[in-house]
Design a protein around this ligand. Structure first.
Ligand code: TRP
Length: 325
């Protein structure tokens, strides 16, 4: 099983409760690989130095939330040369027409308007196909926005296997184990996401406790004053209840029973989130202050990933019949 995450921007509560926490729960159920896909982030990151820093802090975060380097394989995409090497072969196995039909490319290219639209943004799915096929991944848990990329990976694998003989395992998109759906605190109709306008509605995992408490105190609630769990009628209150329930391992309906006022709910949710995040924050800061240890943990995942990836690349080279060196 393979999941990858781009090192763009800070990890927030939506990422944690929606995905990362379920990764931690799932690490003992499958042989899991988690790639930090910095080469994918390069399609939109141009400032020198940023990519490496983001990669390092994301790695620290993945270990801090509880992914065990002895159990889950956490690796950095750019550290494993086979990703770039197989990506070229994937580019030669996918057609221009297929890549042109990718909705994510069309959206991203349109959003960047006058900005630089790299060829990498266009060939991005070929690199993603390499990520997936290198690890013989059978299941790739992804959100709806990524399903098309898994389908194209499957099409590429089928075509390659047909041309050169059975080489790649055909992957399948699976729906990730549902985590909590966390909405923006200022705009509870929208998912918590860094593409939102302001920071006030987004709780970052590394926010200081006082900042987290303040964000919850200022959370937008709904008209009326009764604390009930109703996502349609009371999206703001429902979001707080969902978060509180996720942080304290209960259900939102149960959580609602303890409150008669919005104010008390906001403070309690803020406090519960601070408590949930404080060990994570502590561990991230520890790792960021012990770069040697962090590098050692990353290297361990890189080495395991490398062993699998290089064997698959060699298999692809043999199937094609490139001249052995
Ligand atoms: N494209 C994915 C995203 O934007 C990230 C990604 C890159 C990925 N390689 C992958 C996801 C391989 C799953 C498998 O979220």
């Amino acid at each position: 099983m393979l999941s990858c995450i781009q090192p763009t921007g800070e990890v927030h509560l939506g990422n944690y409760l929606g995905a990362l926490r379920t990764w931690v729960g799932g690490q003992h159920e499958n042989d899991v690989f988690h790639g930090i896909v910095d080469l994918h982030a390069l399609t939109v990151t141009e400032t020198p130095g940023v990519l490496g820093d983001n990669t390092l802090s994301l790695a620290a975060m993945l270990f801090a939330v509880g992914l065990d380097p002895d159990v889950a394989t956490i690796f950095v995409q750019s550290h494993i040369a086979a990703h770039s090497q197989l990506a070229w072969i994937m580019e030669c196995t996918v057609s221009y027409g297929e890549l042109s039909r990718m909705t994510q490319f069309k959206d991203k290219a349109a959003k960047r308007e006058a900005d630089f639209v790299s060829a990498g943004l266009f060939t991005y799915p070929a690199l993603q196909a390499a990520d997936i096929l290198l690890y013989d991944a059978q299941e790739v848990p992804v959100g709806d926005d990524q399903r098309q990329h898994i389908e194209i990976t499957r099409d590429i694998a089928v075509r390659f296997n047909h041309r050169f003989g059975d080489t790649f395992v055909l992957p399948k998109a699976v729906t990730p184990k549902a985590g909590a759906r966390v909405m923006d605190l200022q705009n509870p109709e929208n998912k918590m996401s860094t593409s939102a306008s302001g920071d006030g509605g987004i709780v970052y995992l590394l926010d200081e406790p006082t900042v987290i408490e303040r964000k919850f105190k200022r959370a937008v609630t709904d008209s009326g004053s009764e604390v009930v769990y109703d996502r349609t009628a009371k999206p703001g209150v429902a979001n707080l209840l969902d978060i509180l329930a996720a942080a304290t391992n209960t259900t939102p309906e149960k959580a609602a029973e303890s409150f008669t006022q919005y104010g008390a709910l906001k403070s309690a949710t803020g406090a519960a989130v601070v408590e949930m995040l404080s060990p994570i924050r502590k561990r991230v800061l520890e790792l960021m202050n012990d770069r040697a240890e962090l590098a050692r943990l990353i290297r361990r995942g890189d080495e395991r990933a490398e062993a699998v990836a290089s064997a698959t690349l060699a298999r692809a080279h043999r199937a094609i019949g490139v001249l052995p060196r």
